[in-house]
Design a binder for this molecule. Structure first.
Ligand code: GCB
Length: 599
């Protein structure tokens, strides 16, 4: 998938701005007709709709909503091909143009596009998008739709997430139109090795010729191919060599640029560019290596979340968060629990931040959720959930979108599934194989597991290249007793190591809810002192175990969740508040990570 960028042959038109919006009623069907008399609200695109108007019914609306706007098309835009692209619509979109259904897309965190040159005309065109935000046993993330009737009342519908973040939805990332020539490039893969070799592959719309160039970080040409011929399949791959290559790493994230020019049979030129790094990720003897050097991951599980914007696209918070990560001496984060916006990955490429790129597969457990609302018992998850096909689709779309980013060093197929239940291995083995097959770089793959999936009961450990464990000893159990928590943690990590002696192990999550400004000399639960002490105790355990290869604290910042009795105004495990002010723990981690000698 090629990110929409203006080049010599392509134009991009921003469709962001204020659109018309309304919530749809249950059972209402959109047929492409404009309905008169319905009150439309002003809605910024991109954004999550939930917090922009008052009322619980508005914020927690379940079902469909309608977005509308007009698009003006010029003759120039119709000379080649014209595409309409959504970077993400949470969670399902049905797109209509001039009363005709263009198509639909399932899944809230990955891009999709439609070719629209034949459906639009020069002048004003009417676009409508019906967005659905339901999460259930067929969707990722997974949830439950519950219908309830109270005495003397009409039936109510509630959508309960199986996950611990607020179900922000709508057209949450940018929308654009882009043009290409009629013969064009559909996809580009590029990867660089530490010895300066690079491998590329393009998929064009048909026969033609191709020229490729590589520019170094200063923009100087360091490689140029001769003209290569592309046959009717449109596919061509090749390799080349750069001398004195500068490697991409966390200290010096040198980026090179691949420039491709495809000339179709009709003589039209299509030019694209893709930045990439020369770097290698490898796992051996229970360690993770970047360019042959051991690397220890220091960082967080995060969310795309900020006040009012919710999960809506926000580059200001993206840049601020990277600056704070650097301030802390962190080198990595996980895109928990869904693929983040493309611009965040571009920033991480540029800033040398390592990413664990996670599929939106959270809530795949019918008996457990982080908020404790599902009872805590294993419950035939793999017979009940019907997410298999959709899971394949999101993995395909994620790898296709993110494969060229040097910052992506690992794929996470899911967070906290029912990995201890019968059927887990059968569900996940083909998914892990699929990711490996799709990724040209064959990066390591993991499935992030929870406390109920012990060294004795976990059914997926052998499928993972690295074990990522989420543990809350000292919080959801053994609360207040950090010595006991540390003993349990160490014992369990050692048992995992015995089971998988060659695999690196890292903590994918550990943390304690902390109310900013709440202090106690005795480090009591919820105090800033307890959070700092909790992280210190965990750190001491990691330092004593040489097979531990990373620590990702939960969470970078406080974030919004659904309402429930375990959450007071959201999840407060942030080391920063929701508006990014440091708690005491931020200073502790800054000191720990800045001084850490590993990796
Ligand atoms: C988890 C989940 C995460 C929750 C966290 C918590 O295990 O992966 O989504 O927010 O626990 O705070 O309980």
């Amino acid at each position: 998938m090629i990110y929409p960028k203006i080049t010599e042959s392509r134009m991009v038109f921003d469709l962001n701005g204020i659109w018309d919006f309304r919530l749809m009623e249950e059972g209402e069907v959109y047929t492409g007709e404009e309905q008169e008399g319905k009150n439309m609200l002003a809605m910024p695109v991109p954004s999550a709709f939930n917090e922009l108007y008052n009322g619980r019914e508005f914020a927690d609306h379940v079902g469909n909503m309608l977005y509308r706007r007009t698009i003006t098309v010029t003759e120039e835009m119709l000379k080649g091909r014209l595409f309409l692209r959504f970077a993400s619509v949470a969670h399902q979109a049905q797109v209509w143009l001039n009363g005709t259904l263009l198509g639909s897309h399932q899944g809230g965190f990955l891009p999709f596009s439609f070719e629209i040159g034949k459906v639009v005309h020069v002048g004003e065109n009417h676009m409508a998008v019906v967005v659905n935000n339901i999460v259930d046993h067929t969707t990722l993330p997974a949830g439950r739709l519950v219908r309830q009737r109270f005495p003397g009342m009409e039936e109510e519908v509630h959508n309960l997430p199986n996950f611990d973040f607020y179900n922000y939805s709508g057209i949450i990332r940018p929308v654009c139109l882009y043009t290409t020539p009629s013969t064009y490039m559909e996809d580009i893969s590029i990867q660089g090795k530490v010895n300066g070799r690079f491998m590329w592959k393009i998929k064009a719309s048909g026969k033609g010729s191709l020229n490729i160039r590589i520019l170094d970080p200063e923009g100087r040409e360091v490689y140029a191919s001769e003209s290569l011929s592309v046959d009717e399949s449109g596919c061509l791959s090749g390799e080349g060599q750069i001398e004195n290559v500068r490697l991409w790493d966390t200290k010096h994230p040198w980026l090179y640029q691949l420039e491709t020019m495809f000339v179709g049979e009709n003589g039209e030129k299509d030019c694209c560019g893709e930045s990439f790094g020369f770097r290698e990720v490898e796992i051996r003897d229970c360690h993770l290596y970047l360019n042959g050097e051991p690397i220890y991951l220091k960082g967080f599980g995060k969310h795309e979340d900020s006040p009012i914007r919710g999960r809506g696209f926000d580059l200001v918070y993206a840049v601020k968060d990277i600056a704070l990560l650097k301030w802390m001496g962190a080198n990595s984060f996980r895109t928990s629990h869904y693929p983040y916006c493309e611009e965040m990955l571009q920033l991480c490429d540029r800033e040398g931040i390592l990413l664990i790129d996670e599929a939106p597969a959270v809530g795949l457990h019918t008996g457990f959720s982080a908020t404790g609302m599902l009872g805590g018992k294993s419950n035939k998850t793999w017979e009940i959930l019907k997410t298999g096909d959709h899971h394949r689709q999101v993995l395909r779309e994620m790898v296709e979108r993110d494969k060229n980013h040097p910052s992506v060093i690992l794929w996470s197929v899911a967070n906290e599934p029912a990995s201890e239940e019968e059927g887990a291995r059968e569900y996940f083995a083909p998914l892990v194989d699929l990711v490996k097959e799709l990724d040209p770089q064959k990066r390591p793959v993991t499935i992030v597991t929870y406390e109920g999936s012990s060294p004795e009961s976990c059914k997926v450990a052998e499928l993972c290249d690295i074990l990522m464990l989420n543990r809350y000893r000292g919080w959801y159990d053994t609360e207040g007793n950090l010595k006991g928590a540390a003993a349990l943690l160490k014992d369990e990590l050692e048992r995992f190591h015995l089971r998988c002696p060659d695999k690196p192990i890292m903590l994918g999550e550990y943390g304690a809810d902390t109310i900013a400004g709440f202090h106690d000399v005795n480090a009591r639960l919820f105090s800033e002192e307890y959070q700092a002490e909790f992280l210190k105790v965990y750190g001491d355990v990691f330092d004593a175990l040489p097979f531990i290869t990373g620590e990702h604290v939960w969470n970078f910042a406080d974030f919004a969740t659904a309402e429930n009795i375990r959450r007071v105004d959201g999840n407060k495990k942030g080391v920063f508040t929701r508006d990014r002010k440091p708690k005491l723990a931020a200073h502790f981690l800054r000191e720990r990570w800045s001084g850490l000698k590993k990796g």
